[in-house]
Design a protein around this ligand. Structure first.
Ligand SMILES: NC(=O)c1ccc[n+]([C@@H]2O[C@H](COP(=O)([O-])OP(=O)(O)OC[C@H]3O[C@@H](n4cnc5c(N)ncnc54)[C@H](OP(=O)(O)O)[C@@H]3O)[C@@H](O)[C@H]2O)c1
Length: 341
C-alpha cells in the first residue's frame, strides 16, 4: 500500500524531473515517476519538448513490457488524450497495465484533456490533486496560457529609483547594471516571443536577441514582435534577427495576443517601452511584472509607466510582490496581480 506521504514525495520528484524539459515552446514541462506496489521508485521520465516522447512514455520506455504491470504512475499533469506527433499517454498507460494514475493538475487543453476519463473507463484508478498548488505554480505560465487562449504575459521594465524609464533626452541605455542585464537575457531565452512597441524600435534600434555574458547568441532565440502601426525602417538592426521579425500592424492587444497564441506563442515577454507596457496594464493583460530598479535619479517626464486610465486611488491596480532580489546595485521586484493565484 502506498501512503499519501510517499505519493507526495514521488510527485515532488516528478516536478523536479519536469524542470529538466524546455521552459518555452508549445508543450508543458511534465515529469513522471513509476512506483511499485510498495511505493518504491522503479522508473522516471520527463518531456524533452515538442515531437519527443511525453513524460509517461519516457518513463515506461525504461521498463520491459511485464515490469510495468500493476504500477502506479505519478505524473505532474493529467495524462493527455490526444494523438499529435506522439500517441495519447492515457492509452500508453492502459496498454502498459498501470493500475493507478496519480496526477497533480488537470489538463486545460481543448484537444488534450480527457485522459483521466479514458483511464477510468479502462478500469484504472485515478487520483487527482496531489501537490496541486506546487504544480499550479510550476506550470503557471503554460496553464494560464491554455486557460485564457492567449500567451502568458510578463511585462518587464527598468527604471530609476524615481520611476523613470529614460532621461529627459530619451537616453535609457543602460539604466541597470550588468547583473540585471544578464538576468534579462536569461528571461528572454525562456520566452517564446519578445514584444516591443514601434516607439522603442525607432528610439533605440534594439537587436532583440538573447545573448550570453560575452555577447554571443544563446541557443534559444524568442521571436521578436513589434507592435504598432508605424513601419520599421529597412536599416533597423532587428532585420538581422535569426528568427526574422513579426510586425503586428495593429495596436489592438487582444488581437495581437490571439494571433500570437495561434502561432504557438505561450510566453510573451513585453519589454516596453512605457506606452506599450502601460497599454498592456490598462487592458488587464499582464500576468507577471518584472521591475528592475536602479539606484539612479533622473527626474523629468519619461515615466516607466504612463497612463493607466486610473483617476483615483480607489481604482489602483493591486499587486502581490512574490520576490525581491538584489542584482549588483539594482533590485529586481517580481509581482503579479492580486488574486491571480
Ligand atoms: N527603461 C525601459 O525598460 C525601457 C524599455 C523600452 C524602451 N524604453 C525607452 O522608452 C522610449 C520609447 O517609449 P515609447 O513609449 O514611445 O515606446 P513603445 O511603448 O515601445 O512604443 C509606443 C508606440 O507603440 C505603438 N503601440 C502599439 N500598441 C499600442 C497600444 N495598444 N497603445 C498605444 N500605443 C501602441 C504606438 O505606435 P504606432 O503609432 O506605431 O502605432 C506607440 O506610439 C525610448 O526612450 C526607450 O529608450 C525604456
Amino acid at each position: 500500500m502506498i501512503d499519501t506521504e510517499q505519493l507526495e514525495a514521488a510527485m515532488r520528484r516528478a516536478l523536479e524531473l519536469a524542470a529538466n524539459g524546455p521552459g518555452a515552446g508549445v508543450n508543458p514541462q511534465v515529469g513522471c515517476v513509476l512506483l511499485n506496489a510498495h511505493g518504491a521508485l522503479v522508473a522516471e521520465g520527463w518531456h524533452r519538448g515538442s515531437g519527443t516522447p511525453h513524460a509517461e512514455v519516457d518513463a515506461l520506455s525504461k521498463l520491459s513490457t511485464d515490469e510495468a504491470k500493476g504500477l502506479t504512475a505519478v505524473v505532474t499533469l493529467e495524462p493527455c488524450n490526444h494523438t499529435g506527433r506522439t500517441g495519447p499517454c492515457s492509452a500508453a498507460l492502459i496498454e502498459a497495465g498501470a493500475s493507478r494514475v496519480v496526477y497533480a493538475v488537470a489538463d486545460p487543453g481543448n484537444v488534450s484533456a480527457g485522459g483521466a476519463q479514458r483511464l477510468r473507463n479502462a478500469g484504472v484508478e485515478v487520483v487527482e490533486g496531489i501537490l496541486a498548488n506546487e504544480a499550479e505554480e510550476f506550470l503557471r505560465p503554460w496553464l494560464t496560457s491554455m486557460r485564457l487562449g492567449r500567451p502568458f504575459v510578463t511585462v518587464k521594465w527598468a527604471s530609476t529609483l524615481d520611476g523613470r524609464a529614460a532621461a529627459a533626452d530619451g537616453s535609457s541605455q543602460w539604466i541597470t547594471g550588468p547583473a540585471s542585464r544578464q538576468r534579462v537575457h536569461k528571461q528572454r531565452a525562456a520566452s517564446d516571443a519578445i514584444l516591443v512597441g514601434t516607439g522603442t524600435v525607432l528610439a533605440d534600434d534594439p537587436s532583440m536577441t538573447a545573448r550570453d555574458d560575452s555577447g554571443n547568441l544563446l541557443p534559444e532565440q524568442p521571436l521578436p514582435v513589434v507592435i504598432g502601426e508605424r513601419a520599421i525602417p529597412g536599416t533597423a538592426k532587428l532585420w538581422e534577427h535569426p528568427r526574422g521579425v513579426l510586425e503586428s500592424g495593429t495596436r489592438n492587444l487582444d488581437e495581437v495576443l490571439t494571433w500570437l497564441f495561434e502561432q504557438g506563442i505561450r510566453r510573451a515577454f513585453v519589454e516596453g517601452g512605457p506606452t506599450l507596457a502601460s497599454a498592456f496594464i490598462a487592458a488587464g493583460l499582464v500576468d507577471e511584472y518584472l521591475v528592475y530598479i536602479a539606484p539612479l535619479l533622473v527626474g523629468g517626464p519619461r515615466l516607466a509607466v504612463t497612463d493607466l486610465r486610473i483617476g483615483t486611488i480607489a481604482d489602483a491596480r493591486h499587486l502581490d510582490i512574490t520576490s525581491i532580489e538584489r542584482l549588483g546595485d539594482d533590485l529586481l521586484v517580481t509581482a503579479r496581480p492580486t488574486g491571480s493565484g
